[in-house]
Ligand binder design. Structure first.
Ligand code: SF4
Ligand code: SF4
Length: 439
């Protein structure tokens, strides 16, 4: 059974450009990759290599408290240099000149059946292979599993790609379904969860049918759940509600209601780590949008620049395109195309003028209530905007639960007065956090 979710909006999918094309590797390898030391949630990693070192694919090149970064190409380290970062500002990155030989590092290929390994051994393997949440959060997967152990009964694989243009997970489900389902089973064992669910949007019938057949053939006991095609179903709170009917409390996480959620690409990386002994060095990225000549899903080394990714998709029709990493609703606009793809980059979307939607001048609120009706977090953006106009009292703003805003942008999207409500929510959140820091 699928449970209804509150709020959200229907968006035009615009996925035709890439969803039918099989995963491909670029015709030309990147000449260089840049691996930023800040690639995960938490503190940045420290480099383990220096200029002049020769590295192989899969060799650890930086390490933090938990996360590890591995070389994604073989070649010579140019240095640890400040490079533009897709999250903003510059960040030290390990720059590797690609020798295009793809020399593999001597990873230990695990002996025997992974089912015989202990839970802590599986979690340690996932940590050493540098696996993180690849749907955007980049939270170390091993830490999430440690927090979930003994507290959850359901692992949910979130395959609800509700942002327009992005089809990376869809292609992984179609082409690597057996590996993804094995990844789910490993995650279940590591978290000590009885049930496994794959949540797929109801309009991806080929993925649903393919997963059901693969699960039957490989004896994987999981439920494939068709969830509504509605933005922002890709978020953790919405997907847990749709699959289980449980509401995650304000400031809570899925583990509080007995679930833990992972992205499809993360499950695939877990499979590669545990079954093949491969660290996370490559990922699928959708290069799409009307400005791209040949939209597609590319299997690329992490650290490949946005410019190289666009080139690998045939280049741009228009130099003036707006380029984003991530989808058009929550992605980040990139003005410097030298920024590298991170472990959590699922798309590079290049939009033409007509696709961007013109930003119209803001007018007065007409109290239509649409922003309240679409907010999946049951917030009242209209009241937040009003309070900010009055001066923004931190106590009043905190009472409106601004910290629960997940910046999905639904309120701004529907507002007939064109008030940038998502920006107002961010402003309000900052005021509340600032006040909390000062108290
Ligand atoms: S951006 Fe925040 S306030 Fe607006 S709809 Fe999304 S969660 Fe609600
Ligand atoms: S959607 Fe815009 S115009 Fe309508 S109530 Fe909200 S802020 Fe006011």
């Amino acid at each position: 059974m699928v449970h209804s979710i509150f709020g959200g909006i229907h968006l035009e999918g615009r996925k035709e450009g890439s969803r039918r094309k099989p995963l491909s590797v670029p015709d030309v390898q990147p000449k260089q990759v840049a691996l930023p030391l800040r690639m995960h949630a938490g503190e940045p990693c420290a480099p383990l290599v220096k200029a002049g070192d020769v590295v192989a694919v899969g060799q650890p090149v930086a390490r933090g408290e938990g996360p590890v970064i591995h070389a994604s190409v073989s070649g010579r380290v140019v240095g640890v240099e400040a490079r533009p970062h897709p999250w903003g500002d510059a960040c030290p990155a390990i720059v590797i000149e690609n020798d295009e030989k793809d020399t593999p590092w001597q990873n230990e290929v695990p002996d025997g059946d992974w089912r015989e390994r202990s839970e802590s051994d599986l979690i340690e393997c996932i940590a050493q292979c540098g696996v993180v949440g690849m749907g955007g959060a980049a939270y170390p997967t091993a830490d999430k599993l440690r927090a979930a152990r003994g507290r959850v009964e359901t692992v949910i694989l979130n395959a609800a790609e509700s942002e327009p243009y992005i089809t990376a997970d869809h292609r992984l489900l179609l082409e690597r379904s057996e590996a993804v389902l094995t990844g789910l089973t490993i995650l279940q064992k590591a978290a000590g969860a009885k049930h496994g669910v794959v949540a797929v949007e109801g309009n991806k019938l080929n993925a649903i049918e393919g997963l059901e057949k693969t699960a039957q053939r490989t004896n994987v006991a999981c439920r494939v759940c068709g969830v509504p095609t509605r933005y922002p179903l890709g978020s953790e709170k919405q997907v847990v509600k749709a699959v289980t009917g449980r509401e995650i409390p304000s400031e809570g996480v899925a583990i509080d209601v007995g679930c833990v959620v992972f992205n499809v690409a993360t499950a695939y990386a877990v499979y590669q780590a545990v079954v093949e002994g491969r660290p996370l060095t490559h990922r699928v990225i959708t290069v799409g949008g009307g400005a791209v000549v040949r939209p597609r899903n590319l299997w690329v080394p992490i650290g490949t620049s946005v410019a190289d990714l666009i080139r690998a998709a045939g280049g741009l029709r228009e130099r003036q395109a707006k380029v984003l990493t991530g989808g058009p609703m929550t992605g980040t606009t990139q003005t410097d195309w030298n920024v590298p793809a991170l472990k959590s980059t699922n798309g590079v979307i290049c939009l033409l003028d007509w696709e961007r939607g013109e930003r119209k001048p803001e007018s007065d609120c007409i109290r239509c209530g649409r922003c309240v009706a679409v907010c999946p977090m049951h917030l009242m953006p209209i009241l937040v905007a009003k309070e900010l106009k009055l001066g923004g009292d931190p106590v009043e703003l905190a009472r409106l639960h601004t910290e629960d805003c997940m910046a999905c942008g639904c309120c701004s999207y529907v507002c007939p007065a064109h008030i940038p409500l998502v920006e107002r929510m961010a402003q309000a959140k900052n005021i509340v956090q600032q006040e909390e820091r000062e108290v």
